[in-house]
Design a protein around this ligand. Sequence first.
Ligand code: SAM
Length: 302
Amino acid sequence: MDAWQGAGRTQGERTVTIFQLVKIVLDTLYAEAVDAFGKDADTQIKEQMAYLTTSYGKLTSADRKPVDYKNPATRFAYVYKYVASHGDYVAQVLYTLRLELGAPIFDQESLRVTCIGGGPGSDFIGLLKYLAENKKEQVQKLTCYLVDREKAWADTWTEIHASLGTEIQLNANFQPLDVTEPEDWKYQKKFLQADLFTMSYFVSEVMALDKGGVVTAFWQTIFGSAKSGALFLYDDNGHETFNNYFDHQWKTAGLELIVGATNELTWPGSDEQKDDLGDYLNRFGQMPKLKTQLSYRLLRKP
Ligand SMILES: C[S@@+](CC[C@H](N)C(=O)[O-])C[C@H]1O[C@@H](n2cnc3c(N)ncnc32)[C@H](O)[C@@H]1O
């Protein structure tokens, strides 16, 4: 693997896209799936794509089981289908914020980011793409906390990180944390010091698991403990149940809305080409997700 310079950065005449980074990660995950399932790897991956689709269709159901990403075939299925587009939506939402502000978003050289449910790395590579393409941002050092209940994502993240070679100094930390387990987040405090929190397709994943108000308590702890001026990026599928739930959470905590939209038809930028996934496109009978109805909110703690 030669000197990659990170999503959106140019190497000679070449621009490295999120889909190209995703291809590198898929190669590693595919090898893991073959190790686990041998010649049945493709069948397992197809089954896990179906499992994810079925699971995401039941997110509002309170008696469902949490989506399980441990299996390498499931993680391959997730990265193949969702990571590139979700990363690009994050980059686009940040760009919308920049337009709204009429100035760079970040005024510091050293930025701390917490990606809640960010294990697969989508939020983080979206942020890196935004920073790479918006040269007026002065960020030189990025400290990132990837907060996620699924420890197996830590390997996937390591692969993405190893492929970046970005000019920005990166300090990435994977933090295993289950938001439905208060013991996990009552005593871990560092990730609360972030300048930016991202919640990409995460609120929908845990909203229905709010038994006894544990997930609500998590959101109120995050919003209440974050420093003044901290930014929050929420984006998710357009389902109004999730938007309404999340709007209630941030309003209760007294956050300010800077910019937002509901059900906006969104595609990855024209620089992103799914063809970069090569032969994988012909193997599983499914294409990566591209188009979506995106809802997003960009918030600030007063
Ligand atoms: C739909 S994925 C979103 C991943 C990424 N943010 C993106 O946009 O592609 C949901 C993520 O939430 C994590 N997750 C699910 N339940 C969780 C919980 N109770 N606590 C922490 N993370 C959880 C999963 O492991 C998974 O990485």
